[in-house]
Ligand binder design. Sequence first.
Ligand SMILES: Nc1ncnc2c1ncn2[C@@H]1O[C@H](COP(=O)(O)OP(=O)(O)OP(=O)(O)O)[C@@H](O)[C@H]1O
Ligand SMILES: [Mg+2]
Length: 373
Amino acid sequence: MEDYVGQTVLGQFRILEEIGRGGMGAVYKAEQPDMDRLVAVKILHPRLASRQDLVLRFRREARAMSRLTHPNTVRVLLFGQLENGALYIVMEYLDGENLLQVERKAGPLDPVRAARIMIQVCGALGEAHSLGIVHRDLKPENIVLSTQGGISDFPKVLDFGLAKMKDPPDPKTGSLRALTQQGAVFGTPEFMSPEQARGEVLDARSDIYSLCVILYEMVTCKLPFKAKSPMDFITQHIKAPPIPVHTRVSGLSLEEKHWKVMERALRKDKDERYQTTLEFADALMTWLNGSGVDLPLAVPAQTEAPAPAPAAEEPAARARPPVQDAPAAKASEIVPERADRLGRGVVIGLVVGLGVLFVAVVVLVLLLLGFMT
Ligand SMILES: Nc1ncnc2c1ncn2[C@@H]1O[C@H](COP(=O)(O)OP(=O)(O)OP(=O)(O)O)[C@@H](O)[C@H]1O
Ligand SMILES: [Mg+2]
């Protein structure tokens, strides 16, 4: 795919740098000098523009996305086709990190912090659902934590409806075709609802399931199933009961009531889940209130303490590698570099400590010798 860095597209957006790449294309940070603002430009792979059905689908989804005005939904400013035909969306630029990056850096999030974030995300989804828009591809990479008006941990949800533009997972690598009724499964296997994994028609309750998988991952840095491949995840979402959070990570203390909320959102039968994001958010709020949390929902950016994650003692055991590059590795239990860094830190600490001790002993001996002579 063409590299747009340094180019000015549509006569007004100067592309500054690439923010990241996904399955459909790349997202760039750009400036719009006339408006004196930064924007994000998502440019889809040119092959998607060569299919008329996908172009029409893209226009439909982007138009629907532009109607969303919830503060926790990314604002779409413009969409269409570039001079070279590639499909694009111009969005507000979000200065922050997506949830996967946050998890990788900080390890598992404090359950209270995670619930606060999720309650806000539920608001964004609530608006979309009320307009008949199902996200279909909720995953940590599609939620960016930004700071807005001095409030940190302000989530913004991205990519509503764009899953329909994606290629379904390769049926040659598994018996996917047998699993789907409509011939295509769209979305990300790790976060798919059972009905999505079966290729059925989706409604808001599918998004609620995916949101809860994200919540699960936020507090554990793991997924609710142990699987070795995307195909394995799809099967487990359909059949396997989710692993209770407290047995997934040893030493994690999560209130029974909190797990009950998550367990209900993860039910296989969508009729047994929370039926709306409002219900799900309400249940999380009730748990927060009942657990004696008296902190405000909004966290002022300037007073926020550097997140003391409860699992700070053993972060290496909980982080995981990226999904997009190596989907199968998502189930991996450890990020080796983190463990290495931790090990090196301990060794350096010991060496410095011994050095200081040695100098102190030498000084003491010299002092004693001074006294004696
Ligand atoms: N408006 C934005 N502001 C800042 N960062 C953004 C914005 N939109 C997307 N990003 C970031 O850009 C990166 C690439 O996003 P992209 O949607 O292309 O890939 P993805 O979400 O990883 O995969 P997929 O193609 O499956 O959606 C992600 O890290 C995402 O968080
Ligand atoms: Mg995305």
